[in-house]
Write a protein that binds this ligand. Structure first.
Ligand code: SF4
Ligand code: SF4
Length: 280
């Protein structure tokens, strides 16, 4: 925790010192309270959620399923009823892990975002709200609207050929809320062996499906964030509760196989070179 960064951010946000320091401190404690999250994990609960409100993206990066060399998937926006149902379920579970608004769509294309983030913040006061974006549309005005609505961290990957100055400015002005990396700094996975075709076969355990709930714009719960085409649908939000889906025999069986390193038993996982680390 860097107090100078916090003070820089606070000044630019124009927030009162006492209130903002208290917020920063509690946020850090929640974020770092992995001990408590680990206890939840050991009780068989998910500790992070990836939630896609829009399936559209303004880019088509060559190392992403959104590139035209890959067959397209059906795209759309999450229905408001579905979103509200989902948030109510997470609230009933007292969800307090990381909630990231991302699957393969660019969240800033969704104009409902500030209102929806406000709703998430209100219903899930202890969750850590995280927004993964390419930052192309991230004006300072939108950034501030989302921070005030409740986003705690922007995880920005700048995919432009030249570093984008507006993103560097945001990082300099609001360091406590912005993680910025350039394309090329990121370690790219083969996304279940489908992007680069590296053909690696790892026998190491994968704990992603034991720690993370992935929900696409249609409300389908998927085995993993690399399952772009939804080959392993674990259930449909609204038809079964999140708890029922998470503890379903099918999900548990896949989780156990993967925890034992038996990736080869699942076609999706056979050539996956992801580390399989716990998704915090
Ligand atoms: S910006 Fe992200 S989601 Fe969009 S195409 Fe590039 S890698 Fe995929
Ligand atoms: S092995 Fe790879 S594709 Fe399979 S669940 Fe783990 S991270 Fe996802």
């Amino acid at each position: 925790m860097n107090w100078r960064e916090i003070e820089t951010t606070r000044r630019h946000l124009g927030a009162p010192r006492g209130g903002y320091y208290f917020y920063a401190l509690t946020r850090e404690l929640l974020r770092r309270g992995r001990f408590f999250l680990r206890r939840r994990l050991s009780r068989g609960e998910f500790i992070s959620v990836n939630l896609e409100t829009t399936a559209y993206c303004n880019r088509a990066c060559p190392f992403c399923f959104n590139h035209p060399r890959f067959p397209p998937r059906e795209r759309g926006l999450m229905a408001p009823d579905l979103f509200h149902h989902l948030v109510a379920e997470l609230a009933a579970l007292n969800f307090r892990g990381r909630l990231s608004l991302y699957f393969y769509g660019e969240p800033l294309l969704d104009r409902r975002l500030p209102e929806w983030v406000r709703h998430l913040r209100e219903k899930l006061p202890r969750a850590y709200l995280h927004l993964a974006t390419n930052g192309d549309l991230l004006t300072e005005e939108l950034f501030l609207a989302l921070i005030r609505a409740g986003v705690e961290m922007f995880f920005i990957t700048d995919y432009a050929e030249e570093a984008q100055p507006h993103l560097i400015r945001l990082r300099e002005k609001y360091p406590f809320h912005v993680e910025l990396r350039r394309m090329g700094e990121a370690r790219l996975t083969d996304r279940a062996g489908m992007i680069f075709g590296r053909g690696r076969e790892l026998a190491q355990p994968c704990l992603r499906p034991a720690s993370q709930l992935v929900i696409n714009w249609r409300g389908e719960v998927l085995l993993c964030c690399h399952d772009f085409y939804g080959r392993y649908k674990m259930g449909q939000v609204g038809e079964k509760s999140l708890k029922e889906i998470w503890h379903s025999p099918e999900f548990r069986q896949y989780r156990e196989l993967l925890a034992q390193g038996q990736r080869s038993r699942l076609p999706l996982c056979r050539h996956c070179d992801d580390t399989g680390a716990v998704a915090f």
